[in-house]
Design a protein around this ligand. Structure first.
Ligand code: ZN
Length: 395
């Protein structure tokens, strides 16, 4: 048994000053005590000068692209259309891809990440996911350039889905984005295994040209897609925005993870929230700065108290896979967002999005969320400092 305390504990649901967490040898929490800030000398109590938070949930990653660190320069890429152009020509998988994926998985463990929503276009990451201590929800992502390729694309995704199930890993088939999934393919994805509620992820409103493409099939994004062989006549794009197109096809009962939302407006937030109670807004700020050089209007999302999550995206558009670093850049740009809300985005909200809140996301009796210690914390403002760092206390 272990007894742990720190200056503050952010349980994912509330803040305890010098609370005490008791765990058994499996890392399962057996008791959480609110001491009201006063702990008398206790035998075998480990006390830390920092704040303890639950293990992080990375709601969006592409492990498969772990070999791409630095391949697309953030100094030369100017927006998603150019990024897509480069990624399609540079993504060729190297022979030692497994080494890169394994290293990325280990890095996430070291940085206190316990669960990941991970995009897969191939089965390259499955074995490493199977053997990892991280919980993975795999999103087998489908997209294609024309109607002609729909059946082949879906069969390939279904084939990967069965490989995943054989390994006893959790996953679903998901659309890449509104603009890369022809009508027939989006319908097939939506209807597949639809007896129960699924978890769906889709890239949404990452670049301004997305909505223009949906409305008029014009703009720089349209130009890049045409250059890459997309037959835009096969894409019906119902709705007036990428968000509306996605909602047209998606099921209300599924958990819907909308990824990026860099250019989503207040009206979009309301549209999605009116559509379903299961919308999760996933933000990858470092990736947005890398590609689009801007951030989503995060204070609006936090003010509306919608379900926000945090993701790292991949090494193709990030220099590290760290939820702490994503939180730091949010606080640096939007200091008005309270750390308490941000930590919910990094833990319990992600756990709910991936439907693993019975085990992960908050420090509560019966759960095995993992425990992280954040040191060099700003106790005066109760928020992160640029030099704050994370250490895994219980994995
Ligand atoms: Zn992505």
């Amino acid at each position: 048994m272990k007894r742990i305390s720190a200056e503050y504990i952010f349980t994912g649901k509330k803040i305890l000053k010098r609370g005490i967490i008791e765990l058994n040898s499996n890392g399962e929490i057996t008791k959480v005590t609110d001491t009201g800030g006063k702990i008398s000398e206790q035998q075998s109590l480990e006390f830390y000068n920092g704040v303890i938070v639950p293990g992080f949930v990375n709601a969006h990653c592409h492990l498969e692209l772990s070999h791409m660190k630095g391949m697309i320069k953030n100094t030369t890429v100017k927006g998603l259309p150019g990024f897509i152009d480069e990624i399609i020509s540079k993504r060729n998988f190297p022979d030692n891809l497994q080494d890169y994926i394994e290293k990325a998985d280990k890095e996430m463990q070291m940085k206190g990440i316990v669960a990941v929503g991970d995009i897969s276009n191939t089965d390259d990451s499955f074995t490493i996911k199977k053997n990892s201590s991280i919980y993975y929800q795999t999103f087998i992502e489908a997209f294609t350039v024309s109607n002609e390729k729909v059946i082949e694309t879906f069969e390939q995704a279904a084939n990967n889905y069965y490989k995943l199930k054989k390994l006893n890993l959790s996953g679903t088939i998901v659309p890449h984005a509104a603009y890369t999934v022809p009508h027939n393919l989006y319908e097939m994805i939506s209807k597949y295994k639809n007896e129960t509620s699924k978890i769906i992820s889709v890239h949404n409103q990452e670049t301004p040209g997305e909505d223009e493409l949906i409305k008029n099939k014009t703009g720089t994004l349209a130009e890049v897609l045409i250059k890459k062989g997309f037959q835009l006549k096969d894409f019906s794009y119902p709705g007036n925005s990428a968000l509306e197109t996605n909602l047209y096809y998606l099921n209300k009962k599924d958990n819907i993870l909308l990824i990026h939302n860099t250019f989503s407006k207040e009206k979009d937030i309301e549209t999605a929230e009116n559509f379903s109670d299961n919308i999760y807004w996933v933000f990858c700020p470092l990736s947005n700065l890398y590609i689009e050089k801007t951030l989503p209007n995060l204070p609006v999302f936090f003010k509306k108290n919608v379900k926000t999550c945090i993701g790292t995206d991949s090494y193709a558009s990030n220099t590290e896979l760290s939820i702490l670093s994503e939180m730091k850049v949010i606080i640096e740009n939007y200091p008005e967002i309270p750390f308490e809300q941000l930590i919910k985005s990094a833990t319990i909200n992600g756990a709910k999005a991936l439907k693993i809140q019975n085990k992960y996301g908050s420090i509560e009796t019966g759960k095995t969320p993992g425990l992280n210690l954040i040191t060099k914390f700003d106790f005066e403002k109760m928020t992160l400092k640029p030099e704050s760092s994370v250490k895994v206390l219980v994995s």
